[in-house]
Design a protein around this ligand. Structure first.
Ligand code: ATP
Ligand code: MG
Length: 576
């Protein structure tokens, strides 16, 4: 056993050993009950009929009925346990994958498409589930075949040789056809993925498509993908049809040949009729497991690949967890000599040192790319400083428990993600401790209440994916309400009010002060009207802290801040 298979076995199958045991018991039970059937046939034909033993006939008849009945029951049980085992396994693996992916650092997600990860979580476990049954049925089928072949030879070794000779033919034919089918099935999967991609692109680009008159072009691309998928499907099913034809022929030709040969030997007087009947019925029971052995073997190959991919994800190192719980009492933020270099080599911060006083409103100012967002992301440990340290109330951020950090220090970014559920649910975010009254208080204070009330179903309105039915400013208002409801001790706003008009924004700052009077606010913004009211302003330039002070100080100083301020003033007057 290779290592991903072994790991898959110990991680996912061993914990469900009861299901596995139940399943293998049902399988072996139903197989074991197969063997008496042909032997009893032989007894009826060779002994009971010629000797007219009526009494025993009814006994054996009843026994046969009982056996067949029990086999039916076991077959039901087998199917039932199969479905339960497979679905449980898929569920276990999917949950494990999602749980692990959620612990991965943001850097992991920057290099991967959402669609790609979704496919990995959904399809790999589905393929790997085949392993569960596969491994069990290989054992069961091998035992069955061995015993079955033994009985064949015991009945008559010459006929047995012929019967067993058919099995390799069946094996080779099944294997070849299965391999071809698999290649073709990959073609279908590929085609399916392309159709999904083209459709997804067509549907999400509808607006652009209409505005630029690209409808025919886009339609053509989708139609082409659908055509290709259709051809792949037809081709695969054609081979499937040939496969089933060939296999049916081999499976049915076996008993015919045996009967033929058997009849010949009966006429010669070398065999009894009962033996030949027992033989032909037993051989049909053996074909199923032979084919099953081959298909499972192929499934196992696929399952191994899937298992390897599953563990590739599960082996991604998670964000560090554990450490002391962070206790924020005052909300002082101290950054000491922090330098930060992105993995691609961009130096985003250079030796930045600053202190934000507890409960104050601080602002980060600087041109595009000056490092504002980077600095905020370090405070919630989306990344770790390459050099230097960050302290919150004297506790080093690097050393505290991540969950406790992000519970108390909340970062709101410019890009708002809202879930496709109701406004109320979005605000509550699954936290039962947040009451409706609290929510109302916050939305009212922040000035979101009015527009929410005007939505078709008010707070129960379902907002579309990514909050599609709302304006940019409204989305930002909701995101702010959501953050405030989490009662952060330190609130970081990265351009979180950029889409609002100045009046709305002014009210927001007012309300934040009232709602979170002791919370330290750190705001990154371009618009200097946002910044003017801050208690303290830090100016970044090319990743360095170049100035700090109040608005008045900085204007008087005539440096970077003053230049940015003048520029904004100039564009504002130009617009008028
Ligand atoms: P803006 O005002 O446009 O939001 P900012 O001040 O927030 O800019 P940052 O986003 O902190 O600037 O970016 C600082 C520098 O780091 C930029 O040069 C940017 O190109 C780079 N950068 C940002 N994110 C990454 C990343 N994930 N990988 C590599 N470089 C990055
Ligand atoms: Mg930014």
């Amino acid at each position: 056993m290779s290592s991903p298979i072994r790991r898959f076995f110990t991680s996912f199958i061993l914990p469900r050993w009861k299901l596995g045991l139940g399943l293998i018991t049902a399988m072996l039970g139903s197989m074991a009950l197969t063997f008496p059937i042909p032997l009893l046939f032989r007894k009826i034909v060779d002994e009971l009929i010629p000797q007219g033993r009526f009494g025993e006939l009814s006994l054996i008849g009843t026994a046969l009925l009982l056996i067949v009945g029990t086999r039916g029951l076991l077959s039901y049980l087998k199917q039932y346990l199969t479905v339960i085992s497979e679905e449980t396994l898929v569920q276990d693996v999917e949950n494990a994958l999602l749980r692990h992916i959620m612990t991965l650092p943001p850097a992991f997600f920057q290099n991967r498409e959402v669609g790609y990860l979704m496919a990995r979580i959904r399809s790999d476990p589905a393929v790997a589930k085949g392993f569960f049954l596969g491994a069990l049925s290989i054992v069961a089928n091998a035992i069955f075949l061995a015993v079955g072949a033994g009985i064949l030879f015991w009945l008559d070794w010459r006929l047995a040789l012929v019967a067993v000779a058919i099995l390799p033919v069946l094996a080779v034919a099944s294997r070849w056809l299965n391999a071809r089918m698999q290649i073709l099935c990959q073609g279908i999967q590929e085609g399916d993925a392309i159709v999904s991609r083209e459709l997804g692109e067509a549907l999400s680009s509808v607006l652009t498509t209409k505005l630029l008159g690209l409808v025919r072009w886009v339609e053509g691309k989708v139609a082409e993908a659908i055509e290709r998928l259709k051809l792949a499907n037809i081709r695969t099913n054609a081979v499937g049809a040939i496969a089933s034809g060939v296999l049916t022929f081999i499976v049915e030709a076996g008993p015919v040949l045996l009967l033929w040969l058997g009849a010949y030997r009966i006429m010669q007087g070398g065999l009894s009729l009962g033996t030949v009947i027992a033989f032909t019925s037993l051989i049909t029971y053996l074909y199923g497991p032979t084919q099953a052995l081959i298909t499972t073997n192929l499934n196992l190959q696929q399952a191994r690949v899937a298992a390897r991919r599953i563990f590739e994800l599960l082996d991604e190192p998670p964000e560090p967890s554990g450490g002391r719980l962070l206790h924020v009492r005052y909300g002082e933020v101290r950054v000491e000599g922090v330098t930060f270099v992105y993995p691609n080599g961009t130096v985003a911060l250079r030796d930045v040192s600053l202190t934000v006083a507890p409960g104050s409103k601080a602002a980060l100012v600087g041109r595009t790319g000056s490092g504002k967002s980077t600095l905020l992301s370090l405070l919630v440990r989306l990344h770790e400083p390459s050099e230097g340290r960050i302290y919150i109330d004297g506790q080093e951020v690097r050393e505290v428990d991540l969950a406790s950090l992000r519970r108390q220090v909340v970062l709101v970014t410019q890009e708002v993600f809202l879930f496709s559920t109701t406004v109320l649910e979005n605000l509550r975010g699954g936290d039962p401790n947040i009451s409706d009254e609290e929510i109302l208080k916050v939305t009212y204070a922040l000035g979101a209440h009015k527009f929410i009330e005007e939505l078709p179903n008010g707070y129960d309105t379902v907002i579309g994916e990514r909050g599609g039915k709302l304006s940019g400013g409204q989305r930002q208002l909701l995101a702010l309400c959501r953050a405030v409801l989490r009662k952060p001790k330190i609130l970081l706003l990265d351009e979180a009010t950029s889409a609002m008009d100045s009046e709305t924004e002014r009210k927001v700052w007012q309300a934040l002060k009232e709602l979170l009077p002791y919370t330290t606010l750190i705001v990154a913004a371009h618009r200097l009207t946002t910044v003017k009211s801050a208690d303290w302003i830090f100016v970044l330039k090319g990743g360095r802290l170049v100035e700090e002070g109040t608005h008045r100080d900085l204007i008087a100083q005539g440096g970077e801040y003053q230049r940015i301020f003048q520029e904004q003033l100039a564009t504002a007057t130009e617009r008028r």
